[in-house]
Design a protein around this ligand. Sequence first.
Ligand SMILES: Nc1ncnc2c1ncn2[C@@H]1O[C@H](COP(=O)(O)OP(=O)(O)OP(=O)(O)O)[C@@H](O)[C@H]1O
Length: 197
Amino acid sequence: MRLEARGLTVGRGGLPVLADLSFAVEAGHALILRGPNGSGKTTLLRTLAGLQRAYAGEVSPGSDAIAYGGHRDGMKGQLTVAENLSFWARLHGLRDITPALRAFALERLDDRQAQHLSAGQARRLGLARLLVTGRPIWCLDEPTVSLDAENTGRFADMVRAHLGDGGIAVIATHIDLGLQGDTLDVQRFRATLEAFG
Ligand SMILES: Nc1ncnc2c1ncn2[C@@H]1O[C@H](COP(=O)(O)OP(=O)(O)OP(=O)(O)O)[C@@H](O)[C@H]1O
């Protein structure tokens, strides 16, 4: 398993934000994305995950191998924590949600409706979701926002275990998670000055 981008140009609203980006991430490694606000980290992650089209270039493997995570999108407010995880697990042909509940100590919240979760609890559910996708590549946008120190530690443990299993993670984050891998400063690939606010 290897994530590779070749000559990738990504943008928003018809305007290229990052151009001619090429990189590869090997199994067991993380790529940390750095760059100031508005520099294109989210745009790049969404393109890698197949949530928006590349303006040019290619990404392999395809988006079926990639899970985009860490936010409320796709979370059903009226379903409980356990029901949301079971729903996602079934969608990906998996059954057991216990490891996902355990990874973020969600066991005691399992019957709470997602709409009643605090911001940090919802973030934990969004991250636990990664474990029921069974997908080898995780694209994560500021995954630790709203997490306290204990849950930031749980997140780092979860990513480390994923990498240990031969997975890959691309993470836009401002904090040092101590993961093995490279850092990519997206500013080096900015397409136009106008793209930056
Ligand atoms: N729908 C849109 N239409 C036009 N421009 C957009 C749209 N969404 C984002 N942009 C612009 O694209 C650029 C890149 O935004 P992006 O969200 O990828 O940056 P980011 O590095 O993730 O920022 P942050 O650190 O603030 O989360 C910004 O200049 C932003 O204003």
